[in-house]
Design a binder for this molecule. Structure first.
Ligand SMILES: [Fe+2]
Length: 407
């Protein structure tokens, strides 16, 4: 019998992942993938990716395969509930039978939400938000599985949304970022092509790359994980650490670009090998909900503060990450090796021109918003697996400190 008095999480589940096509030129397979998935008319969900020519290129490839398309191109960072409802309306009215998500996590997560609505109906995507209370497992059990296929074409190297079973969206009325999931919500196929990914602007390359790092770090230090996670997440941390500088400042560096693509995908898979993310994503989500700050950027900004809070509970894992990053820890204690991890991440942030903390100065976050952020975080999936327990006052102290300090 499963005894939760002995183990808080006695069983580790893995999320289902899609078939993945990663490599140079992979985007040319998109039309065939749509056709193989049975699509006759696909809704392309995107931010527009203006100036890159990517939307026009993909449109031509899909049409060439004999699949018609409709385009919804109004997705922004932190996809909003009303944008998702607009995309779903277009999907229904245009009688689409498939989704092609083209872009970063915002577009890919919107595609998932359109399919959740197609399977379950409703006038409000936030109905399908998952929380700790009511328990997310119960919410998922009531939902019908997604049957509409989705081909996800990643143009950033960070979110791993193309291989995950979750969507993070902004509930604008509740001023909260919420997670949406559902049975079979993962992409049918994930297409990751460095030829598209290297067209990211410099800032987005740095920010989304830090999201991949945050997935590697947070899913590795979470309470729930096993050897699957050790293998994939430590390697993701290493790949980001060793390639993000080169890629950010020279997106035409083919090796760094391809390695960032692998790291992002591995982070997205690894986050489904245990309890997901933790305090960095959890608090970062809610800062984004209030300030519309880019998801990867806020994870970068919150990383030192979040893991300093966790440090007493994860010294060995921080030391393991330091070693995985190729830093020599010979002769150091585990605590000293863990401290080195903070030094390295602080230097990495500096090199990428990302200012840690200082939420008030950087984003205009106000002290009066902190109670709201903490209340939402307490019921957020990301708080469940965080390695160090916390109460209201501890999180408030952390947030107050990081309002005007780096961590
Ligand atoms: Fe993330």
């Amino acid at each position: 019998m499963i005894n939760k008095n002995i183990f808080e999480f006695p069983i580790v589940y893995t999320n289902t992942i899609p078939r993945i096509a990663l490599g140079w030129g992979a985007h040319e397979t998109v039309g065939d993938e749509c056709k193989a998935a049975g699509m006759k008319k696909a809704l392309v969900v995107t931010s527009g990716l203006k100036g890159t020519g990517i939307v026009e290129e993909i449109k031509g490839i899909i049409n060439h395969a004999g699949v018609a398309i409709e385009i919804y191109d109004k997705i922004t960072t932190n996809p909003k509930d009303y944008q998702i409802m607009e995309a779903y309306k277009l999907f229904r009215e245009s009688q689409c039978d498939g989704v092609v998500a083209l872009g970063g996590g915002s577009s890919i997560d919107t595609g998932k939400c359109v399919r959740v609505l197609a399977a379950n109906g409703g006038n409000d995507i936030t109905t399908y938000s998952v929380f700790l209370d009511p328990p997310w497992e119960q919410t998922l059990k009531k939902m019908k599985p997604c049957t509409v296929p989705q081909v996800s074409v990643a143009t950033t190297s960070g979110t791993g949304a193309e291989v995950s079973s979750w969507a993070a969206i902004s509930n604008t009325r509740a001023r909260a970022k919420v997670l949406i999931s559902g049975p079979n919500v993962h992409s049918t196929v994930a297409v990751i092509d460095p030829l598209l990914v290297r067209m990211q602007p410099r800032e987005i390359a740095a920010w989304s790359g830090f999201d991949a790092l945050a997935h590697g770090v947070e899913a590795f230090v979470t309470k729930v994980q096993g050897p699957y996670a050790h293998g994939i997440l430590l390697r993701a941390v290493e790949l980001v650490y060793k390639n993000i500088r080169e890629f950010t400042y020279n997106r035409m560096d083919n090796i760094a670009c391809e390695r960032m693509c692998w790291a992002a995908t591995m982070g997205g898979i690894g986050i489904g090998f245990g309890a997901g993310a933790g305090i960095v994503h959890g608090l970062g989500h809610q800062v984004s909900a209030l300030t519309d700050c880019h998801h990867g950027r806020i994870n970068a900004v919150m990383m030192l503060a979040g893991e300093r809070y966790n440090q007493p509970a994860i010294v060995g894992k921080l030391a393991a990450m330091t070693r995985a990053m190729g830093i020599d820890t010979t002769g150091l204690t585990e605590w000293e090796a863990a401290d080195l991890w903070f030094d390295e991440i602080e230097q990495l942030l500096k090199d990428l021109e990302i200012t840690p903390g200082n939420l008030s100065e950087q984003f205009g976050l106000q002290e009066k918003d902190l109670e709201h952020i903490i209340n939402v975080y307490h019921n957020d999936f990301c708080s469940q697996g965080n390695p160090r327990e916390f109460n209201h006052d501890e999180i408030l102290a952390l947030m107050k400190r990081v309002m005007h300090n780096p961590y």
